[in-house]
Design a protein. Sequence first.
Length: 157
Amino acid sequence: MRTRALTWILACCFAVTGCAVDAQPEEEDDLDFSDGGKEDTGRLVEGTPAARAVLRVANEVSLWELEHDANLGINAAKNIVAYRRGLGGPGPRSIPYDEPLDASGNPRPNKRNYMTLAELDARPFVIAVTFSKLNAYASHLGWIEQEELKDAPSQEN
């Protein structure tokens, strides 16, 4: 009986101390979600050769390449291609791996292209790791170096 009473008293003490209110105000965090953007482009900065090369990959590479060669997740890859083809709205789209061809057998031009990293970032499932993989694939293709050469001053004598 004594053990039960002691257990009951200790349980009540722990319950009361667990409910105590901290008198110190909570510290505010630095996170601001009010601007509406995901802003997870990694270390890429708009207008740099790497950023232009990433946008080129997003605009020119096929769905199959995005998924298999660039190693993007299928949802991110489908959303990138869906936007290029003029399909809007959230969520992954059912897009075949083969790019649509015109009557001559040439790939059809995009209905729209990504012009900024923010535009690409706005697509569902496109997250920081997506930008990292797009950057790595652009480097693998040599497109970052091509963009850097465009920025280099010409050596005319």
